[in-house]
Design a protein around this ligand. Sequence first.
Ligand code: NI
Length: 168
Amino acid sequence: MAVREIVVFPDPRLREVSTSVEDIDDEIRELVRDMQETMYFKEGAGLAAVQVGEHKRIFIADPVLAGGTREDPTLVFINPEILDEEGTQDGDEGCLSFPGIFAPVKRAAQVKIRAMNLEGETFEMTGEGILARAFLHETEHLDGKLLIDNVGRIKREVIKRKLKKAAK
Ligand code: NI
């Protein structure tokens, strides 16, 4: 297991579209273990594989988002698909690829997702509140879409400037 380096905006790797996982082999299991270690080390609530430089359609989420505790198994979503979105919610959103940035993003209040777990079984889950937000945010990562794409033009410039300064 290893904590991997987080790919930070504006690294162009974040814009690449991730490819579907065909086989859940040792390489995928190791990637997911590393993602878990990285997410907890960085104190993130969710992490997509692209954020550690692997363009695979996988994301994980802290079980706390689903009403569990850190002792519960990490939520793993392989080849996720958003099936349904209902209602709206307002709230601030962060991302490990945008360190120190929190921006208001309007999202659906309730989101239904279908994905595969590490055993290769397909499951469906409906999330509300921050879990719904995580489903949408993390699935967007797999298509190269980012937090900054969901904010207005002025906020976008502020974020770009802040991260440019931080990179110096
Ligand atoms: Ni993110």
